[in-house]
Design a protein around this ligand. Sequence first.
Ligand SMILES: *Cc1c(COP(=O)(O)O)cnc(C)c1O
Length: 383
Amino acid sequence: MSWSQRIQQALEQRRQNGQYRQRTPCQQADARSLSIAGADYLNFSANDYLGLSHHPRIVNAWQQGAARYGVGAGGSAHITGFRTPQVDLEQQLADWLGYPRALLFISGFAANQAIIAALAGKDDRILADKLSHASLLEAASHSPATLRRFAHNQPQALAARLAGPCSGETLVVTEGVFSMDGDSAPLAALHQLAQQHNAWLLVDDAHGIGVCGEQGRGSCWQQAVKPDLQIITFGKAFGVSGAALLCDDDTAEFMLQFARHLIYSTAIPPAQVCALQEALRCVQQGDELRQRLRQNIARFRAGADGLRWQMMNADSAIQPLLVGEEGAAVELAARLRQQGCWVSAIRPPTVPPGTARLRITLSAAHLPDDIDRLLEVLHATGD
Ligand SMILES: *Cc1c(COP(=O)(O)O)cnc(C)c1O
């Protein structure tokens, strides 16, 4: 079969499975609203939980940064791309979260790939929560280590895995807040088990950082757990993009030697790092935003009680409604859009078969009326 035939066959298969993915061009989008093809919608599918993506202070910091440092880093951080703003932000992040070191990555996806690829060897094993993000599971399955998944958020299931033999080292992988379910991991129990077995714990807190914990320090801080490796990302509550690994000195030095995404890739632009420094300040000072978000979550959950779709055990900004069948989820999303509410239907293979859902995300930028409007439309559609 030629490349072209193989590509056509894969596309045809996707269409037949009803899993064909497409991008939608938005003329404008922020945490609260978006416009598509000339129509305006309330936006309930952004990860911009604090509404920082358009924050004037952060936009201004990026502009000032570009005026001062240009728009690109000009090379890998190992050559000349490691600049003053990056030095400063790494220190600020390490101090903020109480780790010796922080290392910046261009994205959360790249960070997870790089860290797992650098660490995991042939005799090692990676024990990952079943619902871990694709960037973690893919990195683990491409690594020479053995990947075993354990039942979602179940420490006993991890304990059973840990009891099995392993001649190398063990890395336990989970998330602070899960991206498709919106629930939180029992980090203290997982960490304790990992420690009992001399395993390391990696927590990816993409959806917790900025949102929970004192000053927005995230899930680990909130649960008083300091995992050996903590990943935070800046594309969600920080409203920008990029990621960081928090770790000890030796691990940071090790990553600088062996993490190929750091060595063979252009460093994060210094102007963007200036924006991230300002975003960090906004997050640290963001108690009011976090309170508004919590109020929106509470308002939604109270109002969604009695809907025909099952809510999940989530007190985060991610509030999925379990629909079940793919077709029904897609249709429900389409009906909400007709009523001016933009919500994403999430389907297999992103989630397990039979658990297609609406992934509703809330933001501090939503007004109480926006939440009420969504509820009104959901109740009208569900009856
Ligand atoms: C979004 C996300 C990532 C990817 O981060 P990017 O910076 O968007 O590449 C990684 N892990 C989790 C859990 C995520 O939700």
